[in-house]
Design a protein around this ligand. Structure first.
Ligand code: ADP
Ligand code: TRP
Length: 331
């Protein structure tokens, strides 16, 4: 039995360490566990609920495709495509909308959170979960790897599949009920100690290096304990980030330096830890940075990957839509 794995990623500017360790890394790892079965798409239709600038959207979509490819997504193993290259999904969203109660959408935390943040409440924003359900159901996805914030959307998708099957399927499983998979992702803290997030302005972007990276890492908030005084590593934002990169032995050694407030007889402070962290980040992403530069210089290669991915995805989408149209009486 094959397991179709599917996830959508919103294009929204530069991705950061939180996005990498929280989502992108797991997506890429899954391509080896489920070769040929992973579908990942760039959710540009969804992005339109918050972004109304065509050039910015195009740039974000390209940047995200480049990011995945640079970080190791292999188009031979996984299918990467643009959501809008398979417009069939919007038709399935309409069919699903006809069996989706208002109450279900009114309970969506994602919608409420966005409105609370000041995002204009449009019909598109309100029906966002219906389009997301169509994304999942049109590709017969069995497994949807997502972050915590998206679990409710997958549960709503399960409800919509059930209603659709009951209403139009005469007891047959026209649409497959998906399961979510919460990745064992670390909670990545930002430069201010809160959750790293674009909306908090506390991110460490992927692909920074050298002086600029050192400067960003230098901005991580620490307390003002004097250099050479013993420090508690477990209360330090720099140490929290180091855990993502350093080996257990190295962490143990650095924790010792913190507690002693010295290293090799010299005073040790947050500045030293920051240098170690910047070097780790620099090294960890150096290959990906080089691949990214190469891809940015060859946008046609990136476009070719997206086109090939869309052709593959579209074949599945058309078959599902055809089945559903027939069941609804549209053919
Ligand atoms: P942002 O908060 O920067 O807008 P998104 O909400 O677009 O990020 O998140 C995209 C993905 O990255 C989600 O799957 C989310 O769970 C993951 N992610 C984002 N920030 C973090 C973080 N600080 N720690 C772990 N995972 C994160
Ligand atoms: N709503 C998701 C997010 O903001 C993106 C998304 C759109 C998605 N369609 C999807 C995720 C389908 C998984 C499956 O992160």
């Amino acid at each position: 039995m094959t397991t179709r794995v599917l996830s959508g990623i919103q294009p929204s500017g530069t991705k950061h360490l939180g996005n990498y360790f929280g989502a992108i890394r797991q997506h890429i790892q899954l391509q080896d566990a489920h070769p040929g079965q992973c579908f990942y798409f760039i959710a540009d239709y969804h992005a339109l609920t918050t972004l109304h600038d065509a050039d910015a959207l195009r740039a974000s979509v390209r940047e995200l495709a480049v990011t995945y490819l640079a970080l190791g997504l292999d188009p031979e193993k996984a299918t990467l495509f643009r959501q809008s290259d398979v417009p069939e999904v919007t038709e399935l969203a309409w069919l699903l909308a006809t069996v989706t109660g208002m109450g279900l959408l009114e309970r969506a935390h994602g919608y409420k959170d966005k409105v609370a943040k000041g995002i204009t409440s449009s019909v598109g924003l309100f029906t966002y979960p219906v389009l997301m359900a169509a994304d999942i159901l049109i590709y017969d996805a069995a497994l949807v790897p997502v972050g915590k914030d998206q679990i409710q959307h997958v549960e709503m998708t399960q409800d919509m599949a059930t209603h659709f099957n009951q209403t139009y399927g005469k007891g047959t499983a026209l649409l497959q009920r998906p399961e979510f998979r919460l990745s064992e992702a670390p909670y990545v803290t930002g430069t201010d100690g809160q959750k790293m997030s674009t909306s908090y302005g506390n991110t460490l972007p992927l692909f920074e290096s050298g002086k600029r990276l050192k400067k960003l890492v230098g901005g991580i908030v620490t307390d003002s304990t004097e250099l050479g005084t013993p420090l508690d590593p477990e209360r330090c934002n720099v140490f929290a980030l180091l855990k993502l990169f350093a080996s257990a032995e190295e962490l143990e050694r650095i924790a010792g330096d913190y507690r002693a407030g010295s290293r090799d007889g010299e005073p040790f402070g947050y500045g030293h830890a920051k240098l170690v962290l910047a070097e780790h980040i620099d090294r960890h992403f150096s290959e990906a940075r080089a691949r990214r530069e190469e891809l940015l210089a060859h946008p046609e290669r990136v476009e070719a990957v997206l086109q090939r991915g869309a052709a593959r995805a579209r074949a599945t989408a058309r078959a599902t839509l055809e089945r559903c149209r027939r069941a609804c009486g549209l053919i």
